[in-house]
Design a protein. Sequence first.
Length: 303
Amino acid sequence: MKKNYLKIPAYAALLAVFCQILWGVVFPVIKKSYLLFNINDTGSTFLFAGIRFITAGIILLIVCTIRDKKFPFMEKNEIVPLLTLGSIQTGFTYGLQFAGMISAASINCSILNGTSFIFMTIFAHFMFKDDKINTRKVLGSIFGFTGILVCFLWGGSFESFSLKGEGVMLLSIISFAFGTNVSRKVTKGIDPIKASGYNLLIGGLELFIIALFMGGRLSNGGIFGFSCLLFLALASSICLMLWTSLVSANGVGRISVFQCVNPLSGALAASLLLGENVLQIKYILSLILVVTGIVIVNTGKKK
């Protein structure tokens, strides 16, 4: 009998941390890409995002093709669910995210992204009978929300929070949380890698088409710029594939605790790639609170 290495705790932990490190680095790399490709308008951000997700979706569909020795065409009963998922979780969500990141600081994006579990918990409570809010989830959410307040109310004002930057980012995180719960409903019986591939491809195509109507353009980003674009596409495809497989083999509870690595790696990358000063008391305290909230929600007894 073939051994499933994904169920070995140490191996699973290593891959889970790897995924979250890459996902955490994504925000600073996107910000760096904006500088390299001279992106400063919404149409151009949509064009950049569209190319990224189309590439990522194609990569996953190629993986399915190699694995199954045939191309994973959508079945009739899969068309509406996958179109819905791609439009919500990739098209709408990442359209907001990429637009918001023009003005938002990378470290702020990492902290906000670390609180996505709060909104996932709230949506899950109303959408699923087997995923209700409990004391542990409430306590973890309080820590996470407090982390947001510390980050943006430090000094008594909202000076580091802008509606067109962090505000739009927050909307994208709420949209992603909703889309995550929608995906649980609409993709039952669909191969997870195939679903992820079409999710990224459909949303990417929507963003690309909208970008063309908005007059989006990309300047020559050079080798470093295109390397960043390729990294972002690979991060979307490889990490989504690995994460889906890890959750399938170990369950959500055992794997999702590693989300705490995401805001930490994002903060470090923001400092290294963009020179953002992340060693401020408000950022350190915010990260501690957000990470604590994630750990509380994802540890303890599971039903």
